[in-house]
Design a protein around this ligand. Structure first.
Ligand code: BTN
Length: 261
């Protein structure tokens, strides 16, 4: 039994962010925090609003996957970004750096990034990010959905993802305080979005430092084709740059590509 229920009155105090967490709402249960966030995205004044939930009945991940989590075990949140200037790929990179930085070092190892949006601890997935966008009258609105596994033990994960999934508690042997992590997450996102607006290269350098795939061999699935090659770098507008075996250099975009495990 964990005693860190999410509560706006505990997350808000001392949260000196410019934008992120401008308003905080917490649901005991909802279908998907991303859906609630899109509802709030109807009003410009809701920029930065953050929705948390203890439980989701229809949590979604990238490429049509479900995101499953038992009640009170995770941080499940969605952030409204109204009239955001960053392009989707750059926002994905920035969010990944922010989430990995908020999780920080657990045990001996720092949280790392697996392109496009997986956050790993000791090579297992501890968090995922789902960037959804709507463009209207030339303005880009986003909902940034983030799921961080906190208190799960291995048996809490479905059998097929158990070998590749983990939680912060599993990696540290301790009991993470979700309220502190929520604060760190909102502050980290706020700071990294400011950095990205001012100096994209700082974010890209940090992303490359935290990425697990640079100079490594990867296998990717893109538009129903499989590609294997060595990661050369990242293009902040187009995606992952790969020297494809027998096929020159290609850039893979996050929307149409997934890693083959
Ligand atoms: C992925 O790794 O595929 C992305 C997972 C994103 C999950 C989070 S949980 C909170 C928010 N609400 C959702 O329905 N999805 C995101």
């Amino acid at each position: 039994m964990h005693t860190d229920p999410l509560n706006p009155d505990l997350i808000t105090p001392g949260l000196k962010t410019a934008r992120i967490g401008s308003q905080i709402v917490v649901f005991a249960s909802t279908a998907s925090t991303n859906d609630i966030a899109w509802h709030y995205a109807a009003k410009k004044a809701n920029d930065g609003l953050t929705v948390f939930a203890e439980e989701q009945s229809a949590g979604r991940g990238r490429t049509g996957n479900k995101w499953l989590s038992s009640t009170g075990q995770s941080i499940l949140c969605s952030i409204v970004l109204m009239d955001e200037k960053l392009e989707p790929e750059m926002l994905t990179l920035t969010s990944a750096v922010a989430v990995a930085s908020a999780i920080g070092t657990c045990g001996k190892n720092h949280a790392k990034i697996k392109w496009p949006n997986d956050i790993l601890l000791n090579s297992k997935k501890v968090a995922g990010i789902l960037v959804e966008s709507k463009i209207s009258r030339g303005k880009k609105n986003y909902v940034l959905g983030i799921g961080i596994n906190c208190h799960q033990s291995p048996e809490n994960f479905d059998e097929h993802i158990r070998p590749v999934a983990t939680s912060i508690d599993s990696e540290t042997g301790a009991n993470i305080d979700r309220i502190s992590l929520c604060k760190r997450l909102l502050i980290s996102l706020d700071e990294w979005l400011i950095t990205a607006a001012a100096e994209k290269q700082t974010v890209i350098d940090k992303w490359l430092e935290l990425n697990t795939q640079l100079h490594s061999r990867v296998t990717l699935r893109h538009n129903n084709r499989t590609f294997t090659g060595v990661v050369l770098g990242i293009d902040p507008q187009k995606g992952l740059i790969v020297q494809v075996e027998g096929g020159g250099v290609r850039i893979f975009d996050a929307d149409h590509t997934s890693n083959v495990r």
